[in-house]
Design a protein around this ligand. Structure first.
Ligand SMILES: [Mg+2]
Length: 379
């Protein structure tokens, strides 16, 4: 197979603000894979942080991961290949101190190969994964910056969303003002969530808990750091009515098996570009539905990963839960996913009835002016 590693950096006017840092541009790592018959697949590797992370992940793919994938002879079994590579790179990931970047590259590779296999079958990815896949998917507007948050949330509702997530963790007064302001503008018919991006100590989170309840949040996301004690998470969960959400920073079978119960989570948010790809997201979705958790795939990147996430969620045919859709400026998301998101009504989008995730080379060619790296690897 022939892989093309594409790194783009798209300039933006309004930086994306989180409680731990600011994004001054929108980076993207996309793998395009073509097999000997000319079938193509696209997968996106999560690369938002640190700010130079995209280039590093591209080098890992080129120098380490794709050559190893060639040795596996498992390229037509993406989930099995992911397992094989994860086992094969386990010790290197520990020793290099880079389990995250390696897992993210493996995840994007798995997604690209799943897309390719769906296209070979002539089916949309969702129906390739499950013949009874839903035709539409519930989505929510995410990543709403603290500056003018209530107005941005109102704009998202006007665009057709029925649920919005505001970034908090900046200061208690500002967070409270933003959440209550957003709630007042959205009314009770629309859903509101908040993401603290691991900003708080347990004491700070406990102080904020009454505001979360007062704002009627559907969930409070990552109030504590991923490495905070399970007991802290559980104590917070018991101190408020608002459900706790996490999962974007989970990166092992053990995390997903143990942490939801140990931390009292009621919403689970795996990211298919950070760990596991399509196969693991689909497996976890089915498992957590059985366990009664709300399954809301995390995504905060470009259109390739967003469309892939939507197809997996559609394959699960869930009654509830939504796919996260970044509401900040990112042409690599809004233009690549334009056709699907043109159908946004009442908080749902309809997936295109096209093979795979439904995009072609022209979707990426449109960003040629912002292409920073293009490397080919035959594997
Ligand atoms: Mg988050």
């Amino acid at each position: 197979m022939r892989a093309t590693i594409l790194v783009h950096r798209i300039p933006i006017e309004t930086p994306v603000q989180t409680s731990f840092g600011v994004m001054g541009d929108r980076p993207s790592v996309v793998l395009r894979i073509e097999d000997e018959d000319g079938a193509v697949g696209f997968g996106e590797v999560w690369c938002n942080w640190p700010s130079v992370g995209a280039e590093h992940r591209a080098r890992l793919l080129e120098a380490l991961i794709l050559p190893l994938a060639g040795e596996s002879r498992l390229a037509r079994e993406p989930a099995a290949l992911w397992r094989w590579l994860t086992a094969r790179l386990r010790v290197l990931a520990i020793q290099s101190g880079e389990p995250g970047p390696i897992a993210q590259c493996l995840a994007g590779l798995e997604c690209a190969l799943q897309d390719l296999m769906a296209r070979r079958a002539g089916l949309p990815l969702a129906r390739f994964l499950a013949p009874d896949a839903a035709a539409t998917v519930a989505v929510y507007a995410s990543g709403i910056n603290p500056t003018g948050a209530p107005k941005t949330a109102e704009r998202a509702i006007a665009a057709g969303y029925r649920a919005c997530k505001v970034k908090i963790g900046f200061s208690p007064e500002r967070d409270r003002e933003n959440l209550l302001g957003a709630r007042a503008l959205l009314g009770s018919a629309n859903r509101l969530m908040a993401d603290a991006n691991q900003a708080w100590t347990l004491e700070e989170a406990l102080r904020f808990a009454p505001t979360a309840d007062e704002a009627g949040l559907d969930w409070l996301e990552e109030p504590l750091a991923h490495d905070a004690p399970d007991a802290d998470w559980k104590r917070l969960a018991q101190a408020m009515d608002t459900p706790l959400a996490a999962g974007e920073n989970f990166a092992s079978d053990r995390d997903f098996a143990e942490l939801p119960a140990a931390r009292g989570l009621r919403v689970i948010q795996p990211d298919l570009g950070r760990w596991g790809g399509v196969g693991q997201l689909a497996r976890l979705g089915a498992k957590f539905r059985e366990g009664g958790l709300l399954f809301c795939p995390h995504w905060l990147g470009g259109g390739v990963g967003l469309l892939t996430s939507c197809h997996v969620k559609a394959a699960l045919n869930d009654e509830d839960g939504y796919v996260e859709v970044d509401f900040n400026d990112n042409p690599m998301r809004s233009e690549i996913a334009a056709e699907v998101f043109a159908s946004l009504r009442d908080g749902r989008v309809g997936l295109a009835d096209k093979p795979g995730i439904g995009i072609g080379d022209e979707a990426l060619d449109a960003f040629r002016a912002h292409l920073e790296i293009s490397r080919e690897v035959v594997f």
